[in-house]
Design a protein around this ligand. Sequence first.
Ligand code: PLP
Length: 368
Amino acid sequence: MKVPFYIPTKLPKADSAISGSDLDWAADENRRACERSIMELTGCPSVLLLSSCTHALEMAVILCDIMPGDEVILPSFTFVSAANAVVLRGGTPVFVDCREDNMNIDAALVEKAITARTKAVIVMHYAGVSCDMDSIMGLAELHDLVVIEDAAHCIDAYHEGRHLGARGHLSTFSFHHTKNIHCGEGGALLVNDSRYLERAYILRDKGTNRQSFLQGQTKKYSWVDVGSSYSLSELSAAYLLPQLRAAKAITEQRRALWEHYQRGLQLFGLECEHGLESDHNAHICYILLQSLEERERTVAAFHQSGIDARFHYVPLHSSPFGKKYKYVSETDRTTSLADRLLRLPIYHDMTLAQVSYVLDALAQIRSV
Ligand SMILES: Cc1ncc(COP(=O)(O)O)c(C=O)c1O
């Protein structure tokens, strides 16, 4: 059988002017347009478009110079990539419980988790809802810690007028296909503290000073540090760019669905509490049920109606690989919330009628 063979000769053009004649620049046109778009959206001064949020977290931890013996504080209720990034550098993750009123890390417990070995804190804004960044940044200043915001969920999400991910020294975003905007697999590192910028380019460019070379600051580029192949491909960037430009419209659509859900959920007392004021991006619509058993029953009943509702992270402190690390908690809210949390379907081209269908199914389940 003859396999069709197609070599694209021309990528979709971003409408920016390209300066310089170096072919490498032209080949990065969509990637650089995405970076500018993220800068405009977030107000952050430096953006590196990467192959995933996992890689952005790995880069962020390398930039913090985490060494064996160093501790990094992070929530137990988060995705495993943050913990892996620490462990891969020989560092020790210290897990912290979440707040009572939302799924984010409890800043009072972060304070209790700080030791002489603590070097960094990784916070994660669950569902595009802000952590208590005033307290976290205050603690960081007091104890000389680097703050990494895992803003994987947060494109076009704000708190008090500032985009999430704009306050920590470094922050990371995901454009995985489960996110509000995506290119299959993709991510970004935002460098808010310029001290980290030069090395960030080197890590991204396989440990070379290619960026300086492209800017005409050196005649050739060579191996100068550790690094890997962390850039997003130009093809993926071309797919991502129009979505970044439509981010506001996408959020608006999702917020309408989210608010429709909340109006219905109020009837069951299941509407979402966010604790802090939050101009979120409706990345996730979750409910908290009474128990794990009730959640399992609800998931099974939803399936009968053709509705795919899912739980979320398995707490890292109780996972097989995470059990050996310290967990700072008073009442272990993480386990209780993780057991009871259920995500309802939400995606940008869902209709209000489909949301009503889910709500009707929920009403029926709860009436039995
Ligand atoms: C909070 C959080 N951080 C990081 C990641 C990893 O993102 P990626 O799949 O882009 O590596 C995820 C994935 O869903 C996530 O939920």
